[in-house]
Write a new protein. Structure first.
Length: 246
């Protein structure tokens, strides 16, 4: 019997938080995984070792997704390690909350550079390099629906990601590749928890009818669906994974 070569998943921002949970889950589902990170080398390497111990195949690759050349080298590294890429999960992102009046240029530019241009950079590489039958999962956020004060710039970058998702799905006509976005609600990671008082976290956790925060594994399960065989007829869509908050 011919053994099937494992599919390859590239997860951006996989050193911590949701990205690390996605990498773990996809490794469990049989993917070889590229664990991308920008700064957190030690957690990324530890995650790779953990996945290898459980029988998975993984490599950690440093690349700032906002930099075109580094993203090109990230795909090069994936091809060198595992021969190609089947699944791209555009998880890397940052959030800097402030009213429009109080947002400085640096904060605006960094959020646009990582969340929007970072997603664009990997999509542009994927356009020519993702293998037939592949899957792309971009990261939006449920704040695109909630639209609360202080979220203007962050939500704008994620609305841009949603727009690119639908357009890119159409541009890949004929390649048998689906392009979808996931839009988590409040999820227990550094990005959400940092700088919030426990009462604020408690209040936000209770907003969803399921009355708890999302866990990275909740989001990873939804990403695994969009990255796997069962989502083959879902294309150009945004899946809100938020316990019913909106
Ligand atoms: P997190 O815990 O802060 O982790 C962010 C990850 O992104 C880290 O692995 C970080 O790696 C990486 N990263 C940051 N800048 C990068 C860059 N320039 N290039 C490559 N990697 C970079 O965040 P999270 O909560 O897991 O968020 C993951 C995604 O979900 C983001 O797109 C976020 O907007 C979205 N999201 C989160 C929530 C939530 O409530 N947590 C809700 C909706 C949407 P380094 O440490 O190496 O920099």
């Amino acid at each position: 019997m011919k053994t099937q070569t494992p599919k390859v998943a590239l997860v951006t921002g996989a050193s911590r938080g949701i990205g690390a949970a996605v990498a773990r889950r996809l490794a469990r589902d049989g993917f070889s995984v590229i664990v991308n990170y920008a700064q957190s080398a030690a957690p990324a390497e530890a995650l790779v070792q953990e996945m290898e111990k459980s029988g998975g195949r993984a490599v950690a690759v440093k690349a700032d997704v906002s930099r075109t050349e580094e993203v090109r080298r990230l795909f090069d590294a994936a091809e060198t390690a595992f021969g190609g890429v089947d699944v791209l999960v555009n998880n890397a992102g940052i959030m800097r909350l402030a009213s429009v009046a109080e947002t400085d240029d640096a904060s605006f530019e960094r959020q646009v550079a990582i969340n929007l241009k970072g997603t664009f950079n990997t999509l542009r590489e994927a356009a020519t390099r993702l293998r037939r039958g592949g899957r792309i999962v971009n990261f939006s956020s449920s704040v695109v629906g909630l639209l609360q004060p202080t979220y203007a710039v962050y939500a704008a970058t994620k609305a841009g990601v949603e727009a690119m998702t639908s357009v890119f799905a159409k541009e890949l006509r004929g390649r048998d590749i689906t392009v979808n976005a996931i839009a988590p609600g409040p999820t227990a990671t550094d990005l959400f928890l940092q700088g919030k008082a426990p009462e604020v976290v408690e209040r936000l956790a209770k907003l969803a009818p399921l009355e708890r925060l999302g866990q990275p594994e909740d989001i990873a399960a939804a990403v695994a669906f969009l990255a796997g065989p069962d989502s083959g007829w879902i294309n150009g869509q945004v899946l809100r994974a938020n316990g019913g908050i909106i």
